[in-house]
Design a binder for this molecule. Structure first.
Ligand code: 1WB
Ligand code: MN
Length: 341
């Protein structure tokens, strides 16, 4: 019997040796970034990040990963170049490595078109070249949308310098997945107890990015732009009522720009969320009720989190077959242009 639901996991991380090598250089540099514990741990084997051994899993796509998918009934992974992507490098290196990564990704997908799809990366350091690469990646390489790892040298996508990127994404109907990296400035309060990355700082960083975009009014300029945020929406929609209320007040007192729509309306119109890395049935139930069944997509966060409990979480979720089919795969087909079977 055919599996009941097509399972497309939409935030699954990979890397390529050339980028891993460049990140090892960063690890050995004196850079002062909140990303450093993780980069040293993953790319230079520093025990300070807990010897989690993620690098093998990131570099492997067609061997252990495919077996893990088979073992757990995962039909397809949507692959994303893992954080921090190319965003720490100088503009030329980043632009070249983004193109190389997109080429490799397209090759893997062409060998396994039903098992893998992928989001293209780009170098925000050079917005005009990024927009060209975005067009090549979707039109020529047939990739499925875009990933960006939050800020680039402390700058966020509400900044007009990045408008060529938003314009390209909107014109290509390519959803931009904003994945976390270490927060941009200061960040002293994140530096202890392992809070610099996935445990806490990542959610704060991407949540802040999403609110900046909505409050800036950038969606008035790009009304069809689609943004995806993972890790159960980085909790933004749990705060939405208050963000909306306080933004209305801030607009009234002149502390925030006047916008055509409210924060509530932008979140519903311009955002989708994924479950990556969060296996909490209450949070899933709230998300579907708050945002609608069309706007929540399933993801594992492989290889950072194991597949089996993520599949079990979805199999056990008390949802109708119609809603489960959407969250497990149908929404991914729509948002990321994946051909239905
Ligand atoms: C971890 C998680 C590391 C994520 C990452 O490195 C990413 C981790 C880029 O669990 O240590 C993630 O995407 O949630
Ligand atoms: Mn992730």
């Amino acid at each position: 019997m055919a599996a009941k639901f097509r399972k497309i996991a939409v935030e699954e991380a990979f890397s390529i040796p050339e980028i891993a090598k460049e990140l090892q250089k960063v690890a050995r540099s004196p850079a002062d970034l909140l990303d450093m514990p993780l980069i040293k741990g993953i790319y230079d084997n520093d025990p300070g990040y807990g010897r989690l051994g993620f690098l093998d899993g990131l570099l492997d796509i067609e061997d252990r990963r495919l077996r893990d998918m088979d073992d757990n009934g995962v039909d397809m992974q949507l692959l994303l170049l893992t954080a921090p992507g190319v965003q720490l490098f100088d503009a030329d290196t980043a632009t070249d490595l983004a193109a190389l990564s997109n080429d490799r990704l397209a090759e893997v997908i062409s060998r396994h078109p039903t098992r893998f799809s992928g989001l293209a990366t780009f170098a925000p350091q050079s917005p005009k070249r990024a927009a060209k690469e975005m067009e090549r990646a979707m039109r020529k390489l047939k990739l499925n949308g875009f990933v960006v790892n939050s800020h680039t040298h402390g700058e966020y996508l509400d900044d007009p310098k990045f408008w060529p990127i938003l314009e390209a994404a909107e014109a290509l109907d390519g959803c931009i997945y904003i994945h976390p990296r270490g927060p941009s400035e200061g960040g002293g309060m994140f530096q202890h107890y392992g809070m610099d990355s996935a445990m806490w700082a990542y959610g704060v960083e991407v949540g802040t990015h999403a609110v900046r975009m909505m409050a800036s009014g950038v969606f008035d300029r790009f009304p069809k732009l689609k943004i995806c945020i993972g890790h159960m929406g980085e909790a933004v929609h749990f705060w939405l009522w208050r963000v909306n209320f306080m933004n209305t007040r801030a607009q009234g007192t002149g502390r925030a720009p006047k916008t055509q729509l409210t924060i509530n309306e932008y979140f519903k119109r311009n955002f989708v969320i994924t479950t990556s890395g969060v296996e909490d049935p209450l949070a899933l139930d709230y998300s579907i009720r708050k945002l609608g069944a069309d706007n929540v997509l399933w993801a594992i966060d492989y290889p950072y989190q194991p597949s089996a409990p993520s599949v079990k979480f979805m199999n056990d979720a008390p949802l109708s077959d119609e809603v489960k089919a959407k969250v497990y795969g149908k929404n991914a087909e729509r948002v990321f242009h994946i051909a239905p079977l």
